[in-house]
Each structure stands twice: as C-alpha cells, then as structure tokens.
Design a protein around this ligand. Structure first.
Ligand SMILES: Cc1ncc(COP(=O)(O)O)c(C=O)c1O
Length: 396
C-alpha cells in the first residue's frame, strides 16, 4: 500500500510527550515557552503513522479484550532473527536475545552489570544526553572521547585519545552510539573494528546502541559492530523497534549478548521483565511485515532532510548543516550569526515558538548547535523552518 506521510495527524490529547508534555519539558528546562501554537520537533519520535500491519496486529490484540501477563513466544524471536539475518547477515541465536522495556533502561542496567562505581565509561560527545546521565547517575565517571569535526565538517574519532582513555586501568566500559545521535554519523567498518580491538585489548566492554541502524539514507550502508569483528565476546548490542517503526511508546528493546557470562550478569541486573501483549504483537508484525513501509518512509525522510538542508542553504546560509548519513536528526551550527547560544535559543523557542533541543544538552561541544528532528509531515517542517527564518530575519 502507499502511505501518505504528508498527512498531518493531530497528536494533541493522545498523551504524547511531544504534543501534550509541555509542562514536563518546561520543568526539565528544554524550553520556557510551550503552548498550543508551539511546533515541537525536539524528541526523536515521528509524527507519522506506523505500518498498517502493525496497526492491524494491535487491533487484533485489543479485540482479545484481556491484557494479562504475557510471554515472549517463539514467533517474537523468529521475527528478530529473520530481520537481522536478512538485512545484516547477522545470525542471532534465540538465547542471545534479552528483552528490555526500553533502550535507556537497558543502558542503565548494562552500566550496573558491567562496571563498578568509580569506573570510567567512554562516551563520544556531543552525544544523546541520557548516556551522560546514566553514567553519572550510577556514580561512574564520564571519559569523553569527543568527536572532532574535520575541515570537511565530518565528525571523526580521535583515536589517540580513544586509546589513551581505553588504556586507563580505571576504564571498563564504552558506550557506542552508531548511527550517532546527534551528528548522524555512521562509523566505517574500519573505525568500528579499530575501536573494538582497542577495547578488547584493554578489557573494556562495549555497549553498542544501534537503534537508529535501520534509519539510514538511501545509498548508505550500516553494519552492526559485531559483524565487523572476529570476536564479539566483549560486545553487547542494543536493538529496538521503537525508532525504526515509530513504536517508542511500546518500550521494546532487544539486547543481543553472545557471551553467556555477560548475559547472565545483565539478566541478573534487569530481572524478569515481561513485555505487554501489544509489544509482542507489534514487534512480530513490524519485523515480518514492515519492510514495505520502511522503504517508503526512508524516501520520505531523505526528502525531508534534503528540504531542510536546501532551505537553510538558500534562506539562512549562516546556519551550517549537512545531510546525516543515518538517523532523522539534523545538527545545525548557528555560530555563523555571531550571537550567543542563549540568543539563538530565545529566537527559536520563544519568538518562533519552535521547540528543538539545544546543542549544549549533548555536551559542551554542542554549544552553538541546535538539533532538529524531521520525521514529521513536510508541511509542518516547512512551517517550522519559515518561523525560524522570520525570527532571524534581521540577521540573514
Ligand atoms: C541513541 C538513542 N538511544 C536510545 C534512545 C531512546 O530509546 P528508548 O526509547 O528505547 O529508551 C534514543 C531516542 O532518541 C536514541 O536516540
């Protein structure tokens, strides 16, 4: 079937964090202004309908009328196995799959399972803020191997620094984000292998958050880190249907751990988590029948990203950005205006009434940046961009 992603679906009144969560996001300091005229493009969920087979499967589950404790049936594991085998040539054994109610939760449990208080944990800022929060909440120490922007504007890894941090006897863990949020970088197989080798040599566990791996640009390829190495004994991979199929509200993450000792440590930490019946039906339908939708979605995302890039190039050329290789977030550098980050924020959030995410949330490297999520109907993205343009009209 043909999906109409341009159609705007009113999400107000649906308990949506983006559209109904104004008070909460004001409380956490994302914005001072939020009202019924706000355009929220801050969080990475899509204002787009999910695949029809998923909707049908959820309807069937509703029709059962009873929503009791739920098992994870063989079809659940088979759907995961098929998806990763077909797309990534990654053969996953059933026992390697551990269900977790969400990726951030899994990440927190992984930190507890694989490191001790006071240990160093490498992350690569600017990076998805819960990485820093999770490390600090559990009283581990952030070892920031900051990504560096080269002369072409591409974010690259500072390997000398990475190696020095991995060699520090205090460092026991590395949280990889690939594709990387917010820079949109897909690390090369060579980079992945090199990071893995350094970690293996130094007894550093890798927790690889790959939940944006299915959402890459046409023509790009994504390789799970475990497929780039000979030995994946030190690697734990976080996969999820939440980003790929816009099902974040169903909290469905699958953690892949081939090393049995590590798996035991992780399951001991996470305890017995059971999914909801909605989660089980949605995953089976999404992985077995969601590819047609995903193919169309990716084209739409490519076009949205190209739209924003062209808009900025033509109408706000002082803002530097690029098309990300993966993810649907854009990382926009506002330093060209020569005004403070606070003033940039004020113009976008208070004047234009568009809610993005300040780059500084991702680490000090992001101070002059804003992150915009673009998986929304294009008319909405267009309106947001026009509002932002107007708020900077005197400086363009
Ligand atoms: C890299 C990354 N990891 C994890 C998450 C959140 O995942 P979950 O909703 O499964 O906790 C996000 C959401 O934006 C993300 O970008």
């Amino acid at each position: 079937m043909k999906y109409d992603f341009d159609k705007q679906i009113n999400r107000r009144g649906t308990y949506s964090l983006k559209w109904d969560g104004g008070e909460l996001i004001k409380q956490i300091g994302l914005t001072e202004r939020y009202d019924e005229d706000s355009i929220p493009l801050f969080t990475a969920d899509m204002d787009l309908p999910v695949p029809q087979p998923v909707i049908d499967a959820l309807h069937r589950t509703v029709d059962h009328q009873i929503f009791g404790y739920t098992i994870i049936p063989p079809e659940y594991y088979e759907a995961i196995q098929k998806w990763f085998a077909e797309k990534y040539d990654w053969q996953i054994a059933v026992e390697e799959i551990v269900y977790a109610p969400g990726t951030v939760h899994a990440l927190n449990m992984a930190i507890k399972a694989f490191s001790e208080k006071g240990d160093g944990v490498i992350i690569q800022r600017p990076v998805y803020p819960p990485f820093t929060n999770a490390v600090e909440r559990h009283e581990r120490v952030v070892q920031n191997n900051a990504l560096v922007q080269n002369d072409d504007g591409d974010y690259v890894i500072d390997f000398a620094d990475f190696e020095a941090k991995a060699k520090d006897p205090n460092t026991t863990m590395f949280i990889l984000c690939n594709p990387h949020n917010p820079t949109g970088r897909i690390f090369s197989n060579e980079d992945l292998r090199r990071m893995s080798d350094i970690c293996a040599e130094n007894g550093v566990t890798i927790v690889a958050d790959e939940i944006h791996g299915d959402l890459i640009r046409t023509g790009q390829t994504f390789t799970p880190i475990v497929k780039t190495v000979e030995n994946d004994d030190h690697i734990v991979t976080l996969t999820a249907i939440n980003k790929t199929f816009n099902l974040a509200g169903l909290h469905c993450t699958n953690v892949i751990i081939s090393n049995q000792k590590m798996r035991d440590l992780f399951t001991a930490e996470i305890g017995m988590s059971l999914p909801s019946p909605f989660t089980v039906s949605a995953l089976i339908a999404a992985y077995n029948e969601g590819q047609e939708w995903l193919d169309q979605l990716k084209v739409y995302l490519d076009e949205n990203l190209a739209f924003v890039k062209q808009f900025l190039d033509e109408r706000m050329p002082k803002v530097k950005t690029y098309i990300p290789e993966g993810t649907y977030v854009m990382w926009m550098d506002f330093s060209g205006y020569g005004i403070s980050a606070d003033e940039v924020h004020d113009r976008i959030y208070n004047e234009a009434n568009v809610i993005l995410e300040d780059g500084k949330m991702f680490g000090e490297e992001g101070l002059d940046f804003q992150r915009i999520c673009v998986p929304s109907p294009r008319p909405l993205i267009k309106e947001a961009m026009e509002r932002i343009e107007n708020a900077f009209a005197d400086l363009n």
